[in-house]
Design a protein around this ligand. Sequence first.
Ligand code: APR
Length: 223
Amino acid sequence: MKIAILTGAGVSAESGLGTFRDKDGLWTRYDLNEVATPEGFARNPALVHDFYNARRANCADATPNAAHMALAELATGPHEVTLITQNVDDLHTRAGSPDVIHMHGRLMRALCAACDARWDAPLVMSPNDHCPSCGATATRPDIVWFGEVPYDMDAISAAVATCDLFVAIGTSAEVYPAAGLVELAGRQTLEINLAPSARANAFDDHRFGPASEVVPAWVAELR
Ligand code: APR
C-alpha cells in the first residue's frame, strides 16, 4: 500500500518541542510577523537569529518520541511510505525515517540569501556570519517563512494524489498549502491528532489521542 504521511508540530510535542497554536504555543509568545517572515528578518535579523538559535538548541536537546520511532519502523515494512513534515526539527531523521520531505525547511540547515547556498547550520547563527560559498553576510536559517513558497510541492502533490492512504498527524490544519493536501488525496484519508483539526471534516477516519500512543498502535495494525 502507498501511504503518504503529513506531520505537524503535534508529533514532536511529546519530545518537549512546543507547538505553535496550542496553549503556550510559540505563536502565543512570539509575533510570527517579527520572527517568521522575510520582512521581519529584514527589519531585525538579530532577533530572528536569536529565535531560531533558541529553537535549534531545544531541538538538539530533544529526542525522538515513540511516534517518530513508529513512523521510521513503518518505512522498513512492506508499504511504500512518503513522509512529509511541516516541522523544521530533525526528529524524524534522527528516529531513522529515510527521505523526509521538509516542506517548511530545516532548523539544522542554513541558507545564503545572496547566493542560495545551503549548509549545516552552526548551533548559533548571527547576522555577522559569512556565507561559506560567496562570503556575503546574508546567512539565514533554511526555514520557509510565511509568504514564501514551501519546498518540494510537486513531489508532495504527486505522492498525495497517488497514495492509497493519506494520514495527517499532529497538525491543526491551519496553514496552507499543507492544510489543503487532504483534498488532493485520491483514496482513504485518516487524521491522527490530539483533537479534531480545522479540516477534520475532510478526513474519512479519525483517531484522537497523544501521538506517542496513537501512532505506534496504528503502525502496529499495518504490520
Ligand atoms: N499528539 C498529537 N497531536 C498533538 C499533540 C500530541 N501530543 N499535542 C498537540 N497536538 C496537536 C494539536 O491539537 C494541534 O492540532 O498538534 C497540532 C499542532 O498544531 P499547530 O501548533 O498549529 O502546529 P502545525 O499544525 O504543525 O502548524 C503548521 O504553521 O506556524 C506554521 O510553519 C509553522 O509548520 C508550522 C505550521
